[in-house]
Design a protein around this ligand. Structure first.
Ligand SMILES: Nc1ncnc2c1ncn2[C@@H]1O[C@H](COP(=O)(O)OP(=O)(O)OP(=O)(O)O)[C@@H](O)[C@H]1O
Ligand SMILES: [Mg+2]
Length: 775
């Protein structure tokens, strides 16, 4: 049977050579017209139009297909042999026969009479009797496919992708079956073997020579088509529709990366931006009878041959080789040729170049699509995603700041540890632009740790297997403990740091009140009015001019003194109510527990804290009062910011590249808390702006990105977005809509990276192991 079909096809395909008849008959079927010599095309068009008039398309498409609404498979013989229409009606009436719908079963289910007729119509006689009719029908309806045949890539696609899928020989000839892919493959084989010169069509320039050799067409997902929508490329967008062969449909996802080769070795690199099923034949499947049949059908009621599966490609760039052979990308400025194969990306370098991902740098994860790792033919087969960490295109991107956001429990800390560890590689050194020595230094990682998790940088993850380590090494992933991890513990009355999470050295410190001299906001409570804040500055200014030791207690004693009060109030320097308000807010038993305790002042520890190559962790979990925690974090933040920004800042801070990791960043960088917050934030934003020059990288971690002040947020170049389910949070990230929609569905470890100066926006999956201990 198959061979019969092949004959029919071959016969028809060759027919135009002698009499250029119906090659491209319908308006939709012009996919291959490019390959037909102009003269021939004109003729064949004219001819086919004539034909379509004489024997309207309606008959070949609409009518039989209307039938197929009830009988999607069985009606085909009618189509071929219209006399048989009655029979399909007979079958139609057998409503409760469930299996009518599947073509393979159709013959066996039909009444013996039907079967006989069907078989008769589908048997060899059919070919003899209806050869011409059939060829006309088929050519009209399927000339697109037929015209594809001469084009080599298409030919090969059909050949390769359809080989495993053989149609049973005894199958009745239906419209669908007669053009089944396997038949086409055979047909194309026959055509192929008949020699090129037998063809009335021109070869597809370039494809035969270059593309097929260069690309494994057997892997093609399908071909670029023009039958559905015209191929279009404009400065603002593109319409590139691909037909996906039935064998590969399961593999295509929204976001799948593909390449489409050009004749000169260039490739269009694209992403699947839309998927669509279309009926191959006009069938009303929104009917009771159809749905019942489908529902009662055993197994999978979908026959892929009944549908076109279309993938719209969003072009990302053109991949080409420079004269020196380096793979490079440029804007998608070429339109792919119709009928060229759509290939999966199998080369790691192609993906990295196509998405503009650096080939090395700080390892963040592996490229993925819809939660599945992207695999290539390279070794290792996954595609690592790196963050630019050299000076080839400006400064390393960490100095343009990073944000990790995700709802609680989505793996922010796990991911942060894996990323931060990469910066602590012995060979990772940065230069400071302002530094007189110009020497490159390892960064110092300073971590504000609200849940006592980061001192575990001092410990190995004992669950790592040799395999894991081998994989890490093959992709330049740094792993293992950092021996220079130290925990800096603020001494707070009545609170003790358990320090049982790791064996890292613990160093106690206290915050001297003298720091408040230039950072009045450290003791300005939330809700302080602007007048009160100005008043506080006046009081502090005068206090620090006095000769008494500059301790918190002395300050409180000073402002509580009746003489001081009347000095300010009576002289009109401060309003009475402002003065009392300030005293009330500043006099807090929390502060007395923190300032000037019996430990080394943090200002004396600067050289110990800010050391190249060291991880300095500031745990705050053991402190029960949030106000004290905030005070500690804000102190460290201001210590870094002040010294980095000031020209006379302490050398240890000024001359060390610092990565400041701030967990729960929204607590410190939200301007919702009044005047004093605004000051902190503007200072912090200044520091962020100067980060590149001063060697200060911010690594912010939060579950509420929407609460981070805009001035700081604007400075963040790299955003790693884990699962978020809060609409306000998602919107605040300002990622393209198609990515925004995915955020609530991201699985643990899966994230979207928005880092415009590093790569296109992509989805990646972080490591499934932590490179250091995480418990
Ligand atoms: N990629 C991953 N693969 C496997 N397990 C993971 C992954 N990411 C996180 N986990 C596990 O999920 C749990 C929560 O992770 P983690 O503590 O990092 O979440 P979090 O977002 O920091 O939570 P919180 O909001 O409480 O700070 C941990 O037990 C961690 O081991
Ligand atoms: Mg956490």
């Amino acid at each position: 049977m198959k061979y019969e079909n092949v004959d029919i096809f071959t016969f028809n395909s060759k027919k135009p050579k002698k009499e250029p008849a119906p090659v491209n008959s319908g308006t939709e079927e012009n996919a291959g017209s490019k390959e037909i010599p102009a003269e021939l095309r004109k003729e064949s068009l004219a001819e086919s139009r004539k034909e379509s008039l004489a024997e309207p398309r309606k008959e070949s498409l609409a009518e039989p297909r209307k039938e197929s609404l009830a009988e999607p498979r069985k009606e085909s013989p009618d189509e071929i042999n219209p006399e048989n229409k009655n029979m399909s009606k007979t079958a139609d009436s057998v409503e409760d026969v469930p299996d009518l719908v599947t073509s393979h079963q159709a013959t066996s289910i039909l009444t013996p009479d039907t079967e006989e007729i069907l078989q008769a119509s589908s048997s060899d006689n059919l070919c003899k009797d209806c050869r011409n009719d059939l060829s006309d029908h088929i050519l009209k309806t399927e000339s697109k496919i037929e015209s594809d045949v001469p084009s080599s890539p298409a030919k090969s696609i059909f050949k390769s992708s359809s080989l495993p899928k053989t149609t049973p020989v005894s199958k009745p000839v239906s419209k669908n079956d007669s053009i089944s892919i396997s038949d086409l493959s055979l047909e194309s084989e026959v055509l192929g073997s008949s020699g090129k010169e037998d063809f009335p069509f021109e070869g597809f320039a370039g494809c035969d020579d270059n593309v097929l050799k260069a690309s494994p067409v057997s892997e093609a997902f399908g071909i670029v088509t023009t039958g559905i929508e015209p191929l279009e490329l404009t400065p603002s967008g593109a319409v590139i529709t691909g037909y996906i062969t039935s064998a590969r449909r399961d593999e295509i996802r929204l976001g799948t990366y593909v390449v489409v080769p050009y004749e000169n070795g260039e490739k269009l690199f694209a992403r699947v931006g839309k998927l669509q099923y279309r009926q191959e034949f006009v069938v009303d499947d929104a009917t009771e009878i159809h749905s019942r049949r489908m529902l009662s059908a055993r197994g999978n009621p979908v026959n892929e041959d009944d549908y076109k599966f279309l993938a719209c490609l969003d072009p990302l760039c053109i991949l080409y080789r420079k004269a020196e052979g380096k793979l490079t990308r440029r804007m998608a400025d070429r339109i792919p040729h119709p009928n060229t194969p759509i290939l999966p990306v199998t080369d790691r370098l192609e993906v990295q170049t196509g998405l503009n991902i650096p080939e090395n740098g700080i390892f963040l994860g592996h490229l993925s699509v819809g939660g599945e790792l992207l695999k290539t033919n390279s070794e290792p087969e996954t595609v690592a995603y790196y963050l630019r960490n050299d000076y080839s295109m400006g400064d390393p991107l960490i100095f343009r700041h990073m944000l990790i956001c995700g709802s609680t429990g989505t793996g922010k800390t796990f991911l942060s540890k894996n990323i931060l560890r990469q910066f602590m590689n012995e060979n990772n050194r940065y230069r400071l632009r302002g530094s007189p020595s110009k020497a490159r230094k390892n960064p110092c990682l300073v971590i504000m740790d609200p849940q006592d998790e980061y001192s575990q940088f001092f410990e190995d993850n004992e669950n790592l297997t040799e395999d894991d380590k081998f994989r890490f090494e093959s992709e330049n992933v740094t792993y293992g403990r950092v021996l220079s991890t130290k925990a800096f513990v603020a001494k707070v009355d009545g609170q003790r740091y358990p320090g049982d999470k790791s064996r890292a050295e613990q160093i106690e410190f206290t915050i001297p009140f003298s720091l408040v001299e230039h950072n009045s906001w450290l003791i300005a409570a939330a809700g302080m009015s602007e007048l009160q804040y100005i008043g506080l500055e006046v009081l502090l200014g005068d206090f620090f001019k006095s000769s008494v030791p500059h301790t918190y207690q002395n300050f409180i004693n000073h402002i509580e003194n009746e003489g001081t009060r009347s000095y300010y109030v009576d002289s009109g320097k401060l309003h009475e109510s402002s003065y009392d308000g300030i005293v009330r807010r500043v006099r807090s038993h929390f502060f007395s527990k923190v300032f000037d305790r019996d430990a080394t002042s943090i200002t004396d520890l600067v050289d110990k804290i800010f050391k190249p190559g060291q991880i300095s962790v500031f745990p705050t979990e053991y402190i029960s009062a949030p106000r004290i925690r905030d005070l500690i974090v804000l102190t460290i933040m201001s210590l870094i910011v002040d010294n980095k920004l000031s020209t006379t800042g302490k050398e240890a801070i000024k001359e060390t590249p610092i990565i400041l990791a701030l967990d729960e960043a929204h607590r410190y960088l939200s301007n919702a808390n009044g005047e004093h917050s605004r000051l902190i934030i503007s200072r912090f934003a200044d520091a962020a702006r100067q980060g590149r020059k001063e060697g200060l990288g911010l690594f912010l971690i939060t579950q509420d990105p929407q609460d981070i002040d805009d001035t700081v947020f604007k400075q963040i170049n790299t955003k790693l977005i884990l699962n978020l389910n809060n609409d306000a949070a998602i919107t605040s990230l300002k990622v393209p809509k198609e990515y925004e929609r995915r955020i609530p569905y991201l699985k643990k470890g899966q994230m979207i990276i928005h880092s415009p100066d590093n790569s296109d926006i992509v989805e990646i999956i972080g490591l499934s192991n932590c490179v250091v201990r995480h418990r």
